[in-house]
Design a binder for this molecule. Structure first.
Ligand SMILES: [Zn+2]
Length: 413
């Protein structure tokens, strides 16, 4: 039963088997580079409505609720197509790809996954170089500002450092000052300049990939009127209309014929509709707002270029309280619209529904994602629990074979 259960989506055995698979992949082929979640837009996909043989949204809603198995099968078919296109040889080729299906409380299917690119570098390793480089830069800036320099060679070397760069980084400067030797040597300065240069190169690699995969630039012209405001405008009637017609899955069919163009007018219009309907954040009091602040950081600061920001993290309790426990790196994305989600342009077109994707640069975040999303075992649903309880009663009366048949029949009906 255990081995059989591994194939039943959402069963505890299914999650255990996915977990083993993920850990084996990481062990043998390296850590993931990208994390993603694909959601099903309920009855909004045109292709699904065709299968359910309904054209209007209201009847589609009912058919959708009555036929979750068809919606699940369609979702899985589209997910496989998406992976083949997006993470295949014509897309961003993966070295490994892992995902697991999950069901929300209402029973809606979605999936979480991770993938590793076909490259040798690990982003968390590059991020470590960025941290080291930024610390060296701050250290050199502190020396430049506070220490009298008598050696002309050291003085010339230090003149290449621009102290106003990276001032948004937050470091415990007392810790850095302790590293400055009483007698400064040229070697000490060289070592930190090298760290700084290696950090800049590593940042360029990370940012280059992020900006290639994801965007936070709104291509609408003119920009939405609230793009630089602290609050969203009231929903416009056009936005509601877009929601109704979203997300057209025209590209689903086009994708399978592998004859698509990202430059044609129709695709551009579809992309803008999807961005406007799905990718502009609206606060939701019960969901994203905590003590008056949005936990997703909206509205975001407008910025002309993407960059990394480095900051020390302090312990909150116990012996580590107030001490630096680790240093982490965060993205600040180039954006012209403070309410726009970071999204994959082609991914959004290809999936035509909500698609979250992020570049994994922090080792602790990788570990947390694995623990939170990939290793959790879902509680059996009420219905499944009651099937099992009934069956245990039946077992006492009729024996194992009858019970097994009944459980299997009821699970699949
Ligand atoms: Zn919010």
């Amino acid at each position: 039963m255990g081995r059989y259960g591994a194939k039943i989506l959402g069963s505890p055995q299914y999650f255990v088997s996915r977990k083993k698979e993920l850990l084996a992949l990481i062990e043998s082929k390296g850590s993931p580079h990208i994390w993603f979640t694909l959601s099903l837009p309920n009855e909004y996909w045109e292709g699904l409505r065709k299968i359910l043989q309904v054209s209007d949204i209201t009847s589609a809603k009912e058919m959708f609720l009555r036929n979750p198995h068809i919606a699940d099968a369609y979702f899985r078919h589209q997910a496989n197509l998406f992976f083949k296109t997006f993470f295949g040889s014509k897309g961003i080729e993966s070295s490994w790809l892992w995902f697991r299906y999950e069901f929300q409380k209402r029973g809606n299917i979605h999936l979480h996954g991770m993938m590793r690119l076909n490259i040798d570098e690990d982003f968390p390793d590059l991020a470590e170089l960025v941290i080291r480089g930024r610390k060296s830069h701050r250290l050199l800036s502190l020396i430049q500002a506070n220490s009298p320099i008598n050696d002309p060679i050291i003085s010339e070397k230090l003149s290449t450092i621009v102290p106003t760069a990276f001032t948004d980084d937050k470091f415990d400067e007392n810790n850095l000052v302790k590293e400055i030797p009483i007698n400064l040597t040229s070697n000490f300065i060289d070592e930190h300049i090298q760290n700084h240069e290696a950090g800049m190169a590593a940042e360029k690699q990370i940012i280059g990939f992020r900006d290639f995969l994801l965007t936070t630039i709104n291509t609408s012209s003119p920009l939405p009127t609230d793009s630089a405001s602290l609050a969203r405008d009231e929903p416009q009637s056009t936005e509601k209309k877009e929601r109704k017609r979203h997300p057209s899955n025209k590209l689903h069919d086009v994708m399978s014929s592998s004859d698509y163009s990202l430059r044609c007018e129709e695709t551009t219009a579809l992309y803008k509709d999807l961005v406007s309907a799905l990718q502009r954040h609206r606060h939701n009091q019960g969901y994203c707002m905590r003590e008056g602040k949005c936990r997703f950081g909206f509205p975001r600061k407008l910025a002309p270029n993407s960059r990394l920001i480095v900051r020390d993290i302090y312990g909150e309790r116990g012996a580590n309280k107030g001490k630096v426990t680790r240093t982490m790196v965060d993205f600040e994305f180039a954006t012209n619209d403070g309410w726009l989600n970071s999204h994959a342009k082609f991914g959004l077109l290809a999936w035509s529904a909500n698609l979250d994707m992020s570049v994994l640069i922090d080792q602790e975040t990788v570990v947390r994602y694995i623990a939170k999303y990939c290793l959790k075992v879902e509680r059996p649903t009420k219905a499944f629990e009651s099937i099992l309880k009934d069956s245990m009663k039946l077992q006492a009366e009729s024996g194992d074979e009858v019970v097994m048949k009944k459980v299997i029949r009821r699970t699949f009906n």
